[in-house]
Ligand binder design. Sequence first.
Ligand code: GLP
Length: 244
Amino acid sequence: MRLIEVRNPDEAKTVAADLIQTYRPRVFGAATGATPELLYRELVDRRALDPSTTVCLLDEYIGLSTNHPQRYRHVIERQLATALGLSVVSPDVDADDLARACCAYDTMLDEVGGIDVQILGIGRNGHIAFNEPGTLFETATHVVELAATTRADNARFFVTDERPPTHAITQGIASIRRARHVILIATGRAKADAVAAMLDGPISTSVPATALRDHANVVVIADCEALAARAVTNHQRCVTTCPT
Ligand code: GLP
């Protein structure tokens, strides 16, 4: 894992966009959440992805109406794909047979040639995509019941009287590990414990992000706040460059 320490989310998005332009992905794996929003705006501003690029979703809620604005397909279309004219592929969360839809999605990822660059955020509990603690590293795309912390964290994207869905389809950890390059962005104090566990803790299914530690091409871009729970010696540069 290569760690790039940055001062703030703005610097994180610039570094990530520079990297993506170096990799020139044909197949781009898009995560949702607040963290990559700035990056997607930057990619649109730079017109950094060729219109022939295919965007593959990392995960998708089950049970939202097809036109619900929080469907991750719509989120990624709004934030990235439509402005750049990119096609989007996502798991079929409306299928009668969801297990079959999960297999079909992994097959589809193979058919488009595999993901060249996968963008990831990280959950407060160390999840990647919707792979919650306890998920085996060998899992392919699957249906998941969302952890209470994940639903609570994601409630902010829904209107007040609406609860986030209880289930989703997520690329599995094995699916994610097949991406040629992974860029994981972590910003903000809320991610500090998860980031410290990912970088320094034991490799364990209780912190799904540790599954990336032995991937050949993972870059973690983290700001000072997200690195704040590491041992002091590990984030000295941040301590000296960041206001307290
Ligand atoms: C969701 C997504 C993840 C994302 C995480 C963190 O649960 N499925 O892909 O990384 O939340 O989101 P945020 O960037 O909003 O903190």
